[in-house]
Write a protein of this length. Structure first.
Length: 275
């Protein structure tokens, strides 16, 4: 799957594509993990990767039912009724006994396709019923468009959360995991800016995985190196124009006000040179 979201043609295609892309990205974070790693909580978060995957699968399933049933209420889903889910919106120990990385990846990929299909087939302006929950006011008015945008936000938040957990487990980041999902070697040739030792030293490259990759046709961008790493400090701006010293207080010999206006009107104000 491409690291960058595929090109889109219109609003409906954009919503469907971006929702499914976030689920695809969440799936990449599970690659090669053992059952113990899926359940690991290496950060301060109460989430593990298995829980994040199960939560997103559940949320997607609920919204698929909601959008398909709009403007009517959907029938209750099989997964509803859990006490913790009803109170907090997420079960913090949702990993099932039979879950493994490959199985969850397959479910996330299938879920991504289902959500995208439902969005592409729906009328974006149709209102959907808002469920009763402690975090809703009862005054919300949602349509399918809002639901799709919310899913982009929801799944992007959890995909980023999953990135942090995965890096805390074994140090593997999103670029490497996407390359692995595409069956590519890691690191790719020419990784990193030419001036950085990582570009010529694979060992240093592996230890510094955050440099922007050279783009390829797969990334749908021109085949040029994107430049400095995202965390590289920006280039310092041009220094501001030098502000001239303050004028001396007028004296008896100072020219009249009319002559002063004539002599200074052509000199720009110090701030004007920065505009």
């Amino acid at each position: 799957m491409p690291f960058l979201t595929a090109d889109v043609t219109d609003e409906r295609d954009a919503l469907a594509t971006f929702v499914s892309q976030q689920l695809h990205q969440l799936a990449t974070t599970l690659q090669g993990l053992s059952r113990e790693q899926l359940a690991a909580r290496p950060s301060a978060s109460a989430f593990d990767l298995g829980t994040l995957a199960r939560h997103c699968i559940r949320v997607a399933a609920d919204y698929v039912l909601t959008i398909r049933s709009a403007p009517e209420y959907p029938e209750p889903s099989d997964s509803s009724g859990d006490a913790e889910q009803e109170q907090t919106g997420v079960v913090t120990d949702a990993l099932r006994p039979q879950d493994d990385a490959d199985g969850l990846i397959a479910e996330l990929e299938q879920t991504a396709e289902q959500v995208a299909q439902v969005i592409r087939e729906a009328d974006l302006d149709v209102l959907v019923p808002v469920p009763e929950a402690p975090w809703f006011t009862g005054e919300e008015k949602w349509n399918v468009r809002w639901c799709a945008l919310h899913l982009v936000e929801e799944f992007a938040r959890h995909a980023g959360h999953a990135d942090i957990i995965r890096e805390s487990i074994d140090g593997k980041g999103a670029y490497e995991l996407n390359a692995r999902a595409d069956g590519e070697t890691w690191p790719p040739a020419g990784w990193g800016p030419p001036s950085h030792p990582a570009a010529a030293n694979p060992a240093a490259n592996a230890a510094a995985p955050y440099f922007s990759p050279p783009t390829t046709d797969r990334h749908r961008r021109p085949t040029t190196t994107r430049g400095d790493p995202p965390c590289h400090p920006p280039t310092a701006p041009n220094p501001p124009a030098e502000i001239p010293p303050a004028a001396s207080p007028p004296s008896a010999s100072t020219p009249s006000s009319s002559s002063r206006s004539t002599s200074t009107s052509s000199a720009p104000h110090a701030l004007d040179s920065r505009a």
